[in-house]
Design a protein around this ligand. Structure first.
Ligand SMILES: Cc1cc2nc3c(=O)[nH]c(=O)nc-3n(C[C@H](O)[C@H](O)[C@H](O)COP(=O)(O)OP(=O)(O)OC[C@H]3O[C@@H](n4cnc5c(N)ncnc54)[C@H](O)[C@@H]3O)c2cc1C
Length: 283
């Protein structure tokens, strides 16, 4: 395969290139997914358009209680960010669990999202955080909940002339517990077999409960039935059991009859119990 390479230095320049080249162009972030796909000959583009020189796509900031992460922010930067560690610990944990140090230094949060893998580690954490993405193209801008971006494994609603500029979400309130846990074939440098992101806030009663799962469906998703099962109830082991059982029913319905279902249902249930126990301070 031979193709031309662009490395625009401004967002406007990038969007003009994408508007002109349309489906013949592909954007390159850290390249940890895309370069492999190109090397395997699975993709055929005339133009590769690198994002790494565009300052508008980088950095982590907080204004009021809203946190904004540029799409080209690397997993290492997310993992080490004081803003993320103080206000969205589960996302720092998810970023820290991606691949190896080399992969985290190159791979970006925007690339992790746009690759749309069922096992992408930052997506469950971001979905639990109710994150939104800002999508830009030449002369236009739109924002949507991250959860609505996906159309199945490897597919998103992005048009060929659009890029994700940034991801935003509200900081977790004081006292909210959060955690990301991933189960893989080994502890390091391994793709998730199942992952869980959980947020729990409570006084005597559960005031906020958010659970997202990765690697059990074509895209990560929220377990809203299970969340509702614990909301408004006391933070007791009995009520945690009710929530975990509701989660089990939701996972079972999603997994259907596929070969890995027996393992994933049981392991997923155990992982959710552990995540919720830790996030709610019971463990
Ligand atoms: C050895 C190895 C281990 C890995 N381990 C893990 C792991 O444990 N967990 C995990 O989640 N992932 C893992 N990955 C996958 C990968 O590292 C991540 O998905 C990474 O975050 C992708 O980001 P990137 O910047 O490299 O994206 P790229 O490879 O550059 O791009 C990926 C896709 O996203 C598109 N894209 C990128 N940025 C944008 C944007 N801003 N707007 C629109 N489209 C965009 C590209 O066109 C491409 O289609 C691993 C990969 C390798 C090679």
């Amino acid at each position: 395969m031979s193709c031309s390479y662009y490395a625009p230095q401004q967002l406007e320049e990038l969007l003009a290139i994408l508007a002109e080249k349309k489906e013949k162009a592909k954007v390159l972030a850290g390249g940890t997914d895309l370069v492999i796909a190109l090397q395997e000959g699975n993709l055929d583009y005339d133009y590769i358009v690198a994002l790494h020189k565009i300052p508008e796509l980088k950095g982590i900031s907080m204004s009021g209680d809203t946190i904004v992460i540029g799409a080209m922010t690397t997993h290492t930067e997310v993992e080490r960010s004081p803003i993320i560690n103080a206000n969205a610990l589960l996302l720092a944990q998810a970023a820290a669990s991606v691949g190896s140090p080399q992969i985290r230094n190159a791979g970006t949060i925007g690339g992790n999202i746009c690759n749309a893998s069922p096992a992408a580690d930052t997506i469950p954490a971001l979905i639990a955080l109710d994150a939104s993405v800002k999508i830009v193209s030449k002369g236009s801008e739109r924002k949507m909940p991250l959860e609505d971006l996906f159309l199945g494994m490897g597919k998103t609603k992005l048009s060929c002339d659009e890029v994700i500029k940034e991801i935003s979400f509200k900081a977790l309130p004081d006292g909210a517990g959060s955690i990301f846990i991933k189960l893989a074939r080994r502890n390091a440098l391994a793709i998730s077999r199942i992952s869980v992101a959980a947020i729990v806030a409570s006084n005597e009663y559960v005031t906020d409960c958010r659970i997202a799962m990765g690697a059990v469906a074509p895209n990560p998703f929220r377990l809203r039935g299970a969340e509702q099962a614990w909301l408004g109830r006391t933070v007791t082991a009995d009520n945690l059991d009710i929530c975990v059982e509701a989660a089990f029913q939701e996972i079972s319905a999603t997994l259907g009859q596929r070969a890995s279902a027996i393992y994933k249902k049981r392991a997923g249930k155990a992982l959710i119990r552990r995540a919720l126990s830790i996030a709610s301070g019971q463990m």
